[in-house]
Design a protein around this ligand. Sequence first.
Ligand code: HEM
Length: 379
Amino acid sequence: MDSSLPLVSVETLRDMDALRRMREAGPVHHVNMGGREPGWILTCHEAAAKALVDPRLRGDAPQAQGPEKELADEEDLFFLPGEQHARLRRMISRQLTPRRVAGLLPRIQHEADLLLDAMPAAEPADFIAAFSRPFPVAVLCELLGVPPDGRRHIRDYVFGWIAEAGVGTVVTESAGVAMAGYLKELIARRRADPRDDLISAMSAADPRDVLSAVRLLLVAGHRPVTRLLTEGVEILLSRRPGLVEDPARLDPTVEELLRLITPTALSSRYVKESLEIGGVELPEGGGVHCVLAAVNRDPDRFPDPDAFAPDRPANPHLAFGLGHRHCLGAALARAEAKVAVGTLARRFPRMRLAADQGPAPTRAGTRKLLVVLDPGDPT
Ligand code: HEM
C-alpha cells in the first residue's frame, strides 16, 4: 500500500466537505483506497459520465481473470471474471424488465401497507426497524417468488450480512448455508412447476447460475433501498409542509432524493487499455473509482447542489451508475421509493419526526429514526 497517497476511506466517501475539496482540486485523484489497491478516483460529473461508458475501462478487476471458481463469499459476486459476470447479468436483465416491475406494483403496495399497518400510529416508532429495513426484503421475496414460509431464511441472511453498515461483514455461516440449501430446493421446485416469478423465469439456466443471480440480487437490492428510504423520509420530514407537496410530483421528488442521498458511494472500473482522463494518464490494470456522491453534487451540473430541489429542470444524476455495469434494479428501486413515499403521504399526511430522537448510535447498524405516523389533529 502506498502511504504517500491521500487515503480515501469509507468515511471519506460520506464526507461531503472532503469530497467538495477534492472536486474543487480537480476531476482525477491518485489515492490510497484503504484495503484495496491504489487507484484513481473521479469526482466530477463530466469525467465520471464519460469514464463509465468508455470501452477502454472494464468492470472486472484484472485479478478476477482466470478459470471459473466456486464462490467463496458474497462479495465475490461483484468481482466475477468477465464472462461469468456477463452471463449472470444477461440472465437477470432479460427477466427483471420494467414490465415485470410494473406487474409487481400491487404486491409492492401490499407489502408497504402491511408494514405500515403494523406500526404504532400515534406514538414514536423506529422507521428503520419497522419499514425501511424489512420493506426491500419483502419486495425481493415477492419478486423472486419466495413463499411466506421460506422468507425467514432470506431475512436471516440479508439482515445478518447486510444490515451492519461496514463492507466486509461476514454472513453468519449458518444463515448463508441455510439460505443456499433452501434456495437450491426452491429453484428445483420452480423448474419443475414454474410460477409467475423471477426464479421460475430464470430456471431454464444452470441452477448454480440461478443461485448466484439470486444471491447477487439479495446482496445488491437491499441496503441502498433501506438507505434511500431512511434518509429520504428524514429529508422530507425535515421540511414543512407535508411529505410531498403534490403527489403528481412524486417522480422528481424521488429522483432528487436519489441524487442528494446517492445510496451507493462508488462505481468501479479497471483500465483495460491505458487512457487519459482529465489530463491524467491512467495505466493498464489501474482501478478507476467514480465517487457517485461527489459526482451527483457537482455544481457545474447541478446548481446549488446541496439543496433539495425537486423542481430542477433536469436531473441527470448517476445514482445507479452508467454503462455496461449500471444497476439492474433501478426500475424496481424507483418503484419501491415511489410506493413508500406516496403511501406515507396519502395515509399519513401529518407524519413527523419525533422531537426526541434518543441517544446517538454507538455502533454501525444500530441507528434509529423515530417518527410519529399520525400525531393527531393539530387543532
Ligand atoms: C436506491 C436503490 C439502489 C441504488 C442507488 C443502486 C445503485 C447501484 C449502483 C451505483 C450500482 C453500480 C453501477 C455501476 O457500476 O455502473 C449497482 C449495481 C447493481 N444493482 Fe443496484 N442500486 C439500487 C437498488 C437495487 C435493487 C433494488 C436491485 C435488485 C433488485 C439492484 C441490483 C443491482 C445489481 C444486480 C447490480 C450489479 C450490476 C453488475 O454488476 O453488473 N440494485 N446498483
